[in-house]
Ligand binder design. Structure first.
Ligand SMILES: O=C(O)CCC(=O)C(=O)O
Ligand SMILES: [Fe+2]
Length: 213
């Protein structure tokens, strides 16, 4: 297993903007490698006000399958999506990868989700595409999120180049309000082009870790 990214979701970064408060499947890894069952998220709180506060809200896969086989199928081998509770009931699924939208009338996400009680040093081990959201924007919480994957996983940039959703374009080139190119996508894109669109995540590691320019 290679650690692909180490990410500190915290109040000084994205939590301040609350973008993680919406239920979602993460984007970056799915855009680079597509779904891969070895892709895992090791989420470890380091500082937390209590076991029941400022945690991670999760949608268990078995409960999702029971309530909405269709949403389960839409989500299980993909990523890069968000799920929104609608005021009049039901859940709206939006895929930032395919553009697919689906309104599931039979699922209230608040009813199926769980917020595991964890304290500093505990580990939540999740498939990277598990649907999740931040519990609160409480700035007394600090966590680390290690994202790992089999280094043999191929990067097939053709699928990225073939997609034109706004979310994808923004990740490739930077965007208004955040003009810096994405730290994962830019090197991945460059290295892929330089290697005839045939590299693996492992090939990319020296670039991502700074061992190679
Ligand atoms: O630590 C959290 O609250 C989760 C933030 C998030 O969605 C992520 O890191 O992908
Ligand atoms: Fe996330």
């Amino acid at each position: 297993m290679a650690i692909i990214t180490c990410h500190i979701p915290g109040p000084t970064t994205d939590i301040a903007t609350s973008k993680y408060l919406t239920f979602h499947q993460d984007h970056d890894h799915f855009f680079v490698t597509e779904y891969n069952r070895t892709h895992l998220n090791y989420w470890i709180p380091l500082v937390k006000p209590s076991r029941s506060e400022a945690g991670l809200r999760l949608v268990p896969w078995d409960r999702l399958a029971e309530k909405s086989p269709r949403l389960f199928n839409l989500c299980r081998r993909t990523g890069a999506s968000s799920l929104h509770s609608l005021r009049d009931g039901g859940t709206l699924y939006l895929s930032d990868w395919s553009g697919v939208h689906y309104h599931e009338e039979n699922l209230e996400i608040e009813e199926v989700m769980e917020t595991p009680e964890v304290g500093p040093g505990d580990l939540l081990l999740l498939r990277v595409n598990t649907i999740h959201a931040t519990q609160t924007t409480d700035d007394r919480r600090l966590a680390v999120s290690l994202r790992t994957c089999d280094p043999e996983t191929p990067i097939d940039w053709h699928r990225v180049a073939g997609s034109s959703t706004m979310a994808m374009m923004q990740r490739l080139g930077g965007f208004k309000g955040n003009p810096a190119p994405n730290k994962l996508f830019s090197p991945a894109f460059q290295a892929t082009q330089e290697n005839d669109f045939g590299i693996t995540l492992g090939d990319l590691m020296p670039t991502l870790t700074g061992e190679r320019e």
